[in-house]
Design a protein around this ligand. Structure first.
Ligand code: ZN
Length: 206
């Protein structure tokens, strides 16, 4: 299984004809949010594999030169709050960041995100019955609390993601939201899960 994950920033080597040479062998693509929908549509049209996304806190309608407005990336499946089996891999997603502006879209309080996790739980328990495991890959925009997150409030991670990893043991948690400016490690093991900061892209293979 080979996965291309993208997040937060457009990468020239992906948004060009080189994409097929470099990533033509991936089985699926995930986006952790905060990317132009037109970029995501370019990826799905060039690679022609299943693509799954969650919204980031900066996602907003995109006005195209032909007069159309994109409110989501065409050809991509929104993973928020649901779980999907694709090519033998169980995926689930949770969009958005911690709430730092009242009424802004794709932002949640810690309590609001806990509610979303609670809603997702029956589907994960059903996965366990059907497939013998709850989840392989959790796709989020925000990092978990204390792992790759920031000291400033808008980049603070969610505590409930720590519980989710403890309870459902995904193999990977892929997130974006926190841009890399230093030499810190961006792959961190937490219990049974490898937490990976995707910004601006990562290839995951197993
Ligand atoms: Zn973000």
């Amino acid at each position: 299984m080979k996965i291309l994950a993208v997040s937060d920033q457009v990468v020239e080597g992906i948004y060009s004809l080189q994409i097929r040479e470099r990533f033509g062998d991936v089985d699926l693509v995930v986006s952790c949010g905060d990317l132009p929908y037109s970029y995501l549509e370019y990826i799905v049209s060039m690679l022609d594999v299943p693509c799954f996304f969650v919204h980031g806190n900066h996602d907003q309608p995109e006005y195209m030169s032909n007069g159309n407005t994109l409110t989501r990336p065409g050809g991509w499946v929104n993973l928020d709050g649901r779980t999907v089996m694709c090519r033998g891999t169980l995926l689930a997603g949770l969009e958005g960041s911690i709430r730092y502006k009242p009424c802004a879209p794709y932002q949640y309080t810690e309590r609001g995100m806990a509610y979303k996790v609670w809603h997702l739980t029956p589907a994960l328990l059903l996965n366990r019955l059907l497939w013998g495991r709850h989840l392989d890959i959790l796709v989020t925009h925000s990092p978990p609390f204390g792992i790759h997150d920031g000291q400033d409030w808008p980049h603070r991670g969610f505590k409930v993601f720590l519980n989710l990893m403890a309870w459902f043991r995904p193999r990977y948690l892929l997130h974006g939201h926190k841009h890399i400016y230093g030499p810190e490690s961006w792959r961190t093991r937490y219990r049974h899960t490898e937490v990976i900061n995707v910004y601006p892209f990562q290839v995951i293979e197993w």
